[in-house]
Design a protein around this ligand. Structure first.
Ligand code: SAH
Ligand code: SF4
Length: 452
């Protein structure tokens, strides 16, 4: 093997690279793992090339995410075989959900760790590698990583997890199984983290939970928590994800309307527009209730941006059921939507109870039909901003042209502004064009400073 070893530069001692798939929760979890490892002398690197330790934080929500992660992990197996010295661990929902399958398919792995056992990592790393993957998925069930401040790097936004797990058991969803029962962090600890993040220079915070509306701790509910975080001194913008429609209250909408740091943005996954399908999904609201909520929210919060998640091709979804989803999507007039084809998740109620009877090509055509409706409404809602002067918080330079800045309106629409602008600054921008979903405008600041 000595000749093949020469192909690779030796790994950087103590270096760790994490590849993250899936939702924002996973991004935060990766930051938590970095934080845990940095405390034990590890150093974060931004590429797997010479990392001594590679961790892949996986998602199991849809089959596609799963196969993509497995094939990418397989790549590290080939490197190992070819003589590259690296230790590889799989983290996240897939580890929890399919540890045995991973062990069989990827025997070169060193560890398979579920989302609640990351504290054990430093001690596992100190041990000699076992033969074959070491599996640790026994969830203690109450892990919150509460006092661990995530190791954040770039950008203007800090994600803050307020709860972990989910109790909703939507029939298609693997999250409650992969991440366990819902538990909530104490208010003081969330506030502490919020203050720290703003002090470190993050001007925007986003509170995270699978269903933030069911947050409760020592008598405080989510609107109360949100109101307290909104008061953190120095904070410019506060967002949150995700709101389950069955629990989204008038009190929450009022709190949003009353605080000028809380962004007028509501990610309100509807999943389907047919009551029969919503019932089969176990969502516990009707399309009428959802539309009522949207109407109330729009009345209470000016310029509200509403986005959603939709699953097409759920078992039993007829053309008529789907037409109801189309109708609802038209009626709401979403700014954005994430549309997914139903994917069977082993072990879920839907997988056990229903047949995956909508053919793939029909799922795809339904997905395209919804995307087309959202494209129209999304463009119309952005078009309505043309001619208005809005406050844009700059994220950084545009990836396409470093002489342009990219940022977001208070609601969250993306805007490109000419000029080199400091990330984290707010500029007044007059919107004058729309291309695709991207708005363009000129800033007052920019008219005073010639773009470099
Ligand atoms: N907790 C959040 C979302 C979690 S998963 C919520 O309830 O809104 C993110 C999205 O993935 C879901 O909103 C749903 O649209 C989609 N999703 C979840 N399970 C899926 C499955 N089995 N097939 C297709 N899409 C799925
Ligand atoms: Fe999954 Fe439903 Fe929980 Fe969201 S609310 S994570 S879709 S079970």
């Amino acid at each position: 093997m000595s000749s093949s070893n020469k192909k690779y530069d030796p790994p950087i001692p103590g270096s760790v690279y994490i590849e993250t798939y899936g939702c924002q929760m996973n991004l935060v979890d990766s930051e938590i793992v970095f934080s845990l490892l940095e405390e034990h002398g590890y150093r974060r690197v931004e590429s797997a090339d010479r990392a001594e330790l590679v961790l892949v934080n996986t998602c199991a929500v849809r089959e596609h995410a799963e196969t993509k992660a497995i094939s990418n992990i397989g790549h590290f197996g080939k490197l190992k075989e070819a003589g590259r010295q690296v230790r590889v661990g799989v983290l996240g929902c897939l580890s929890q959900h399919a540890a045995k399958e991973l062990q069989q398919q990827l025997p070169f792995l060193d560890w398979i760790l579920g989302p609640d056992v990351y504290r054990t990592l430093p001690s596992l790393l100190a041990q000699d590698a076992e033969n074959g993957p070491q599996i640790l998925t026994e969830a203690p069930g109450d892990e919150l990583y509460d006092e661990i401040l995530p190791s954040r790097r770039e950008g203007i936004n800090a994600w803050i997890t307020i709860s972990r797990g989910c109790n909703n058991f939507c029939t298609y969803c693997v999250v409650p199984k992969a991440r366990g029962r819902e538990r909530h962090r104490p208010v003081e600890s969330i506030l502490h983290e919020a203050h720290e993040a703003v002090e470190q220079g993050f001007v925007q915070l986003t509170l995270l939970g699978q269903n933030v509306n069911s947050y409760t701790h020592d008598g405080s509910n989510f609107p109360e928590l949100l109101a307290q975080v909104a008061e953190v001194s120095g904070l410019k913008r506060l967002r949150y994800l995700t709101s389950h429609p069955k629990d989204c209250s008038e009190e929450l909408l009022r709190t949003m309307a009353e605080h000028d740091t809380i962004c007028p943005e509501l990610h309100l996954p509807v999943q389907a527009g047919s009551d029969a399908i919503l019932k089969a999904m176990g969502r516990r609201y009707t399309s009428e209730k959802y539309l009522h909520l949207v109407k109330m929210a729009r009345e209470m919060i000016p310029d509200l941006l509403i986005s959603t998640d939709i699953i097409v091709g759920f078992p039993g979804e007829t053309e008529d059921d789907f037409a109801q989803t189309e109708q609802l999507v038209r009626e709401v007039g979403y700014d954005d939507a994430f549309v997914y084809r139903y994917s069977v998740r082993p072990g879920t109620k839907a997988a056990l109870k229903y047949e995956d009877d909508v053919p793939l090509d029909m799922k795809t055509s339904r997905l395209m039909r919804i995307n087309e409706i959202v494209r129209e409404s999304g463009r119309a809602r952005r078009q309505a901003l043309i001619g208005r002067t809005v406050n844009v918080l700059i994220d950084g330079p545009s990836p396409r042209d470093p002489n342009e800045g990219i940022g977001r309106t208070f609601a969250g629409h993306m805007v490109v502004v000419p000029g080199v602008l400091t990330p984290g600054t707010e500029v007044a921008v007059t919107i004058n064009a729309l291309s695709g979903f991207t708005l363009r405008g000129t800033s007052f600041l920019n008219s005073l400073r010639t773009p470099v």
